[in-house]
Design a protein around this ligand. Sequence first.
Ligand SMILES: C[S@@+](CC[C@H](N)C(=O)[O-])C[C@H]1O[C@@H](n2cnc3c(N)ncnc32)[C@H](O)[C@@H]1O
Length: 272
Amino acid sequence: MRARAAARAAAAELAREGIPDPEFEAEYLVRQAAGLTRAQYFADVELPASAQARLRELLDRRLQREPAAYIAGTREFYGLDFDVGPGVLVPRPETELLVDAVLRECGPGGATIIDAGTGSGCIAVTVALRAPGAYVVGVDVSGDALRVARRNARRHGAAVAFVRGDLATAIRAADIVAANLPYIPSEEVVELEPEVRYWEPAVALDGGPDGTVLIRRLIDDCSTRLRPRLLALEVGFGQAGDVAAYAAANGARVEVAKDLAGIDRHVLCRWT
Ligand SMILES: C[S@@+](CC[C@H](N)C(=O)[O-])C[C@H]1O[C@@H](n2cnc3c(N)ncnc32)[C@H](O)[C@@H]1O
């Protein structure tokens, strides 16, 4: 069977399962199964039997709603490929803007930067590579996440210290704290799309009754103890106003930044 015919058949199966963008996903799976570049795919090469068997395997996984990034084992973030898999959240594009906010604040000196809830390590590793003078620490409660984050730091030669801990409580001092913490209200986790609900770890999603329990705890710690010059928080849809008000009530000067979809996504808090 040729590559594009295989993709058409795969797209039909994906569409029957209600998976969005079936043609795009099918091309991706065919290329992944056969190790094809886009040019080879469009040249419509014949797929060997081994690639067809591999495609069946990958397609069956995707039909179980396993995220494409877990199937590939990798996801691009800020121009770098990060290992991902069960146990870590797949990095989202809006988080690249959180990295931008941190990098703008770094300056030339050797800032201490904490990534609270580091997951795959995408924020910590990117910041360490882009701000070479900085001392970067990635913290997570999840041992699975820390294993993947350490692998990603090694893969990219990034100097990041990883610590297992609760938010930033294990940290004595920080100039900048970045955090993309779980922010989905507990009751809404079951309403998420199957790729997220069934596959991504609950500890990376569930932000407590209103979604902002961990975020507010981190604001408390920053306002009373760490007082970083920047706390950069990623928040869910509709949460920025309340989170900003909470930080302001705790003495921060606050700015809210939108993501590329125009959603208030990042709350930037300053105490100094
Ligand atoms: C939404 S994911 C973000 C992962 C990564 N920073 C990113 O942007 O893709 C949240 C991460 O916070 C971690 N986490 C949850 N509760 C935590 C806590 N109390 N202290 C530290 N990390 C926590 C989860 O294990 C998960 O890796």
